[in-house]
Design a protein around this ligand. Structure first.
Ligand code: OGA
Ligand code: MN
Length: 285
């Protein structure tokens, strides 16, 4: 069967036909999927009953998989995070725990790994267990958001650099610098990324924003923060948003270079268990 992409969002996002991830994918398929990611931003693969090994074999095709070190959401697997409402023993995760805080922070619009240099390029999330009414995940199209800005505004923005930092996104969650250990502060230093990126495959420009995006380099702090808040509001208008309604064994893969995403509230008792993996950019951005 040939691979096909069926548009499911208004401006981006597609459902992928013709791929069974249990059988693995060859180099030609990887090329097709890379182009699919560059074109559609979010790819939804339905009904993929894969295990850890198949998920690992899949993500490896796109680059060196992220080595997962964050203990808050560690899965025990070297390349996966558990995005889960329960711990490995099946007990609910308290909201005020470090792990609960991580899940809550996912409700802020973000791109994965922008607080690092190099940042994450592609993420894949597999639905292992869903509640009867699963909370959707929302995705925003920062390429359309860029395209729709007036040319004069685009000229002002292109070339600006932004500081991204885990401390800024956590501050929004009510944490303070004093909540972090000296070791963490030393390991997780703020980084800089361009505000406007050009996609390596399509050449199309997009905004690059995230909950970690703090301020504009060389601008007064508050002015930069106000700009990032304004652009985030612009880029997450409903017309730019695709809402992923999860079904059992969906695998959703997204291009972190021009999309943002966020989780939506869930307070049910039935577990929601997702397995996360990703690949980084090969060079600093
Ligand atoms: C992620 C993420 C949102 C969700 O996996 O990177 O932000 O709805 N997930 O679980
Ligand atoms: Mn995320």
């Amino acid at each position: 069967m040939t691979i096909a992409f069926d548009r499911i969002g208004k401006t981006f996002a597609a459902e992928v036909q013709g791929i069974d991830l249990r059988k693995g994918i060859d180099k030609a398929m990887v090329g097709t999927l890379e182009m699919g990611l560059a074109t559609h931003g979010v790819l939804v693969f339905r009904n993929q009953r894969i295990d850890d090994d198949a998920q690992q074999a899949f993500i490896e095709q796109f680059g060196p998989p992220v080595v997962t070190k964050l203990k808050e959401i560690a899965s025990g697997h070297p390349h996966f995070y558990d995005i889960s409402t329960v711990d490995s023993d099946g007990n609910p995760i308290p909201e005020d725990s470090a792990r609960g805080m991580y899940l809550l922070a996912n409700m802020l619009w973000h791109t994965d790994g922008s607080q690092n240099q190099p940042p994450i390029r592609v993420t894949a999330l597999h639905a292992r267990e869903l509640p009867p009414q699963p909370p959707p995940t929302e995705y925003a199209d920062m390429r359309s958001a860029w395209d729709d800005l007036p040319a004069s505004r685009q000229r002002e923005l292109d070339g600006l650099a932004v500081e991204h930092s885990i401390y800024w996104s956590r501050e929004k969650m009510g944490m303070k610098m004093s909540d972090f250990s000296a070791e963490t502060l030393n390991e997780r230093k703020p980084v800089q990324h361009p505000l406007v990126r050009r996609h390596a495959l399509t050449g199309r420009k997009s905004l690059y924003l995230a909950s970690h995006a703090s301020h504009v380099i060389g601008w007064p702090l508050e002015k930069g923060r106000a700009l990032i808040e304004e652009l985030t509001g612009h880029a997450t208008q409903r017309k730019y948003v695709y809402v992923q309604e999860w079904r059992d064994s969906d695998l959703v893969m997204w291009d972190d270079t021009w999309t943002m995403h966020r989780s939506t509230p869930y307070s049910g008792s039935h577990p929601r268990r997702m397995r996360w993996c990703g690949v980084r950019e090969l060079a600093p951005v």
